[in-house]
Design a protein around this ligand. Structure first.
Ligand code: DGY
Length: 311
């Protein structure tokens, strides 16, 4: 019997046409009233969900899908997937690791260069006919110290790229990684004090929420720059805004924010900030590979096979 699948979040373009061929597909409308009506109608029949790491799977929705067997999420983060509740119900969960590693690492390096070399501000100047007016100078990346919070797959890919910039690389995470030669710090505070650029790559969740606090920002200091390609909640955003406004850190490049898609007004006015709409994996190639994994995981499950990339 063909399974009923709910598409509960934005999907790469190759997902829906393929799922449509193999399943009974229900695409959750974006307005709440229509979404509620759809769930009332089909909720009990849904056996699989396709979603993404940013929109996740809210508990409220999970509770209305009593027959759910499998969730395939496009993305690597699990902080929005209510993993514990899903696992407690025996629901299988798949994410899309590896295929996004290189593109997200590229984005981390791009953000570091963009904020230090004032790329966005300079571009705004040219478009507004101001040329060099008020631009000042950027600051150097080559040879500087890069601190990485979270040396997982993406962290390592960032470090590999940073080596080409002759950067001196250090990292912090719960335990040191025996097979790398980068400097290990057993606290984020000491990593921040040892960094010109501090890049956040941890996946998010209660253990890391608010970890980049006032103390850490002050340790990074007035010559330091924060780059966040992990999760917005890892950074105490009001403290970050204060540190930027008071020049207690030099700049920030943020792919992620605490309450997306809300952007704090203050950040919009700051020239020492580069902002992106949670876009680090946003290449055609990467999204196509992520989408394919979503499809392949759902198909594997309903063909009675193990998930390709389970959490
Ligand atoms: C991820 O894969 O977790 C990205 O941050 C997109 O949400």
């Amino acid at each position: 019997m063909t399974a009923d699948i709910l598409v509960a979040g934005r999907m790469p373009a190759n997902v829906i046409p393929q799922l449509d061929q193999h399943f009974h597909l229900h695409v959750l409308p974006t307005d709440k009233a229509s979404a509620d009506a759809m769930i009332r109608e089909v909720g009990t029949r849904i056996r699989g969900v396709a979603t993404n790491a940013a929109q996740g799977l809210p508990l409220e929705l999970l509770d209305q899908l009593p027959g759910l067997e499998v969730v395939a999420s496009s993305g690597i983060g699990t902080d929005a997937l209510n993993l514990n509740a899903a696992k407690a119900r025996g629901i299988h969960v798949a994410v899309t690791p590896d295929v996004l590693t290189n593109d997200v690492a590229d984005a981390g390096i791009a953000l570091m260069l963009a904020v230090s070399r004032k790329l966005c501000m300079a571009e705004r100047n040219v478009r507004a006919g101001r040329w060099l007016k008020g631009l000042g100078l950027g600051y150097r990346v080559t040879g500087k110290r890069l601190g990485i919070l979270g040396l997982g797959r993406i962290g390592r890919a960032v470090a590999k790229r940073a080596e080409a910039f002759d950067m001196s690389i250090a990292y912090h995470q719960r335990t040191p990684n025996p097979d790398v030669s980068y400097r290990y710090h057993d606290s984020l505070l000491s990593l921040a004090a040892d960094s010109d650029f501090l890049m956040i790559i941890v996946p998010g969740g209660p253990a890391t929420d608010g970890m980049v606090n006032r103390e850490v920002l002050d340790a990074l200091g007035p010559d330091g720059t924060l780059i966040n390609i992990g999760r917005g909640a890892t950074v105490d955003e009001p403290e970050l805004i204060r540190a930027l406004a008071e020049g207690r850190i030099r700049g920030a490049a943020l792919d992620v924010l605490a309450n997306e898609p809300h952007v704090p007004e203050a950040l919009l006015t700051m020239d020492n900030v580069v902002l992106q709409p949670h876009f680090a994996s946003g290449t055609e190639e990467c999204r196509a590979e992520m989408g394919q994994l979503v499809v392949d995981n759902l198909r594997a499950h309903f063909d009675g096979k193990p998930l390709l990339t389970p959490v």
